[in-house]
Design a protein around this ligand. Sequence first.
Ligand SMILES: C[S@@+](CC[C@H](N)C(=O)[O-])C[C@H]1O[C@@H](n2cnc3c(N)ncnc32)[C@H](O)[C@@H]1O
Length: 246
Amino acid sequence: MDKHSVYQTNSFYWDTKGNDFLGAIVLPSYGAFVSEEKCRLFGDVAGKKMLEIGCGNGQSLQYHGERQASELWAVDISENQLEKAAQHLQSCGLSAKLICSPMEEECGLPVNYFDFVYSVYAIGWTTDLEGTFRRIASYLKKDGVFIFSWSHPIHKCVVAENDSLVFKKCYFDESWYSVPLVEGELKLSDRKLSTYVNALAKAGFVIEQLIEESDEAMMQSRDDRSDLVKKAKMLPVTFVIKARKL
Ligand SMILES: C[S@@+](CC[C@H](N)C(=O)[O-])C[C@H]1O[C@@H](n2cnc3c(N)ncnc32)[C@H](O)[C@@H]1O
């Protein structure tokens, strides 16, 4: 895997077509079918300094801004996403410090500074999970909290066929692959859950909560016959981890 080619391919996508499917993966939703309203992982963020990794269009920053967070910061690889985020926040009467950079690279963020670092469906795009978690640990104060969601790796291995779920991909395979899209492509690797857990431990985090659930109320708002809902009734399609810097 050549990280510069991944940056180029993926940032091109997020700069152009990527905006089209953003929306379902902003707080209070962690993705299908997990909600902050039910999990309550953040608690009271009033007066807290928040950093989002891969902020997209800025709606999760808005969520924390409206809950009186004292500072909003974010890093994203895509100039266009950041432009959208800045416009969106301005229209809500909020502002944030927005930095355009791959999350895995040094980008001038302050260290030992943030109360919370969080990410909603963006961490998995990193080309260097251990390095990214080390950087995130460095941005947090001692006892600071890191919360992130991503596709559950089991969900990526299984497809719905009629009323059954069929294993189509090897759970252990973490190699990078190309996702062909109608216009363009994305490059991605499906990491095992243990890869995330072990990388967190190595970076100096202790895991406080691992969420694997499919919220019934959220599923009811989707077409009951969709493959995603069929899957979500039998396995977690999203996972969320809350970890604390030691
Ligand atoms: C699926 S979106 C989720 C963003 C946000 N939750 C939302 O819905 O607006 C993933 C975001 O991660 C960003 N991204 C992808 N790879 C990245 C990287 N290596 N470093 C920083 N940001 C990255 C993309 O530009 C995109 O804004």
